[in-house]
Write a protein that binds this ligand. Sequence first.
Ligand code: SF4
Length: 308
Amino acid sequence: MDNILEIKNINVGFKIEDNFYYALNNINLSFKKGKIHAIAGESGCGKSVLINTILKLLPKNGKIRGGEIVFQNKNLLTLSDKEIQNIRGAKISLIPQDPFMSLNPLYTIENQLLEVKNDIEIIKKSLEEVKIKNIENVLKSYPHELSGGMKQRIIIAMSLISGAELILADEPTTALDVSTSNSILDLLVNLKNKGKTIILITHDLSIVSNYCDTTTIMYLGNIIEQNESKLLFKNPLHPYTKALLSALPTKKGKKLENIKGQISPITETISGCKFHPRCNFTMDTCKNIKPELKKHDNGYCACFLCNQ
Ligand code: SF4
């Protein structure tokens, strides 16, 4: 089977006071092995909830209702806590937005990497692969003594050391400057070239076209467009995707467009198309009926305009 991970009909919500609000609605996604898959959208569109759902790391008030998450022929949702713990880190690893949160401030980098695999030669080789110089010094350091970029390299090295086949990268470059960010993204491409599969969560579409094979655009817990990244950038279909792309700076110095309004909180009920309060093309139908994600000649899109 070509797919390392399949998400089937997943709905996720949160109990807030006495009500239950959905943050992910009927999500279906397949991830091919050995590719970088972007999941993009503004903050609040459900990207990080999706990552936490895959890892079964939702907060107590979060519930997965129905569906399956199939990783290497196992439905992760039916596994016990112990079984899922054995998969986290060893087979599916996480590169978080803030690497400091994943490193223990009380232990040296060497002690923490030895916890992952008790083999110093493999550790040193992995650190070389993520382009860390002065390996001996870095191994003796505590996390607070290292820069953000260096800590992120250590986390990526952990994925190599553990041998994880699926890597979930949750906005891994948000806290970094542009040049460090590009070098971290280059490392993700190296991981892909070694056969790893990467799901890259990002709000920054400018990095997606250069680094990702496929792109899924989410809005308020729904998938609204999906395609190979090159095709999506060349010919975006959904008004939200077009608006996100118009908000990107270009070399030609084109005036940047803002998307009107703001993404609503999940506690707000929006009928029909969730994007209709912000869309420049809203029709009466859009306010009452939710458009389905459908296949078109140029990709998948959930908008009545794509359906014409
Ligand atoms: Fe805009 Fe209507 Fe398409 Fe939604 S369905 S994106 S409101 S045109």
